[in-house]
Design a protein around this ligand. Structure first.
Ligand SMILES: [Fe+2]
Ligand SMILES: [Fe+2]
Length: 186
């Protein structure tokens, strides 16, 4: 059998790093914090998109809270517990997005004014337990699609933001799955 690595020289790529230049730039633009010259994404667009995601998460927290307190009827208990758990996780997403916005030199927009306009998902109260579950599932599906589009847009340009969005996306997929389970059982 032929060895995969016959000539180790073939796999060698030169790695030239101008440490002197990196040090000089790090010193010069110190007020930019975590943002250095090698940040390749369009910062303003990334900030706008993160603020929209932040608004989406806040609307989701409020919707889940409302549903948690209003869940009534047969089988309401496990569903309400799930709503409460999701609300806490959406709050965690909001916090992580706000943290990243600040790291990128922006400001998290937490103004209640216009929050629904900035949000991708909607705030629907729903009358029955089933309606609530459906509305949350719709909101999760909206979140899943918008996170996926944001991830596609960022591509390889900002790996930290991308990783954060991917982590959040995975949780939204779990949320949608939990809600579909309830609908299947009801
Ligand atoms: Fe979320
Ligand atoms: Fe979610």
């Amino acid at each position: 059998m032929e060895q995969a690595n016959r000539n180790p020289q073939e796999n060698k790529r030169p790695f030239d790093m101008d440490v002197k230049a990196i040090r000089a730039k790090a010193r010069k633009d110190i007020e930019s914090g975590a943002i250095t010259d090698t940040y390749r994404a369009d910062r303003e667009t990334v900030l706008k998109l993160l603020n929209e995601a932040l608004a989406t998460e806040i609307v989701c927290v409020l919707r889940y809270k409302r549903h948690y307190f209003m869940a009534r009827g047969l089988n309401a208990e496990p569903v309400a517990a799930e709503f409460a758990e999701h609300a806490a996780q959406e709050q965690d997403h909001a916090d992580k997005l706000a943290e990243r916005i600040v790291q990128l030199g922006g400001e998290p927009n937490l103004s209640p004014k216009g929050i629904l306009d900035r949000s991708h998902s909607e705030y629907v109260e729903g009358n029955s337990l089933e309606e609530m579950i459906k509305e949350n599932l719709i909101a999760e599906r909206i979140a899943i699609d918008s996170y996926r589009q944001m991830i596609d847009y960022i591509g390889e340009q900002d790996s930290t933001t991308r990783r954060l969005l991917e982590e959040i996306l995975a949780v939204e997929e779990e949320h949608a799955d939990d809600l579909s389970d309830f609908l299947a059982k009801s």
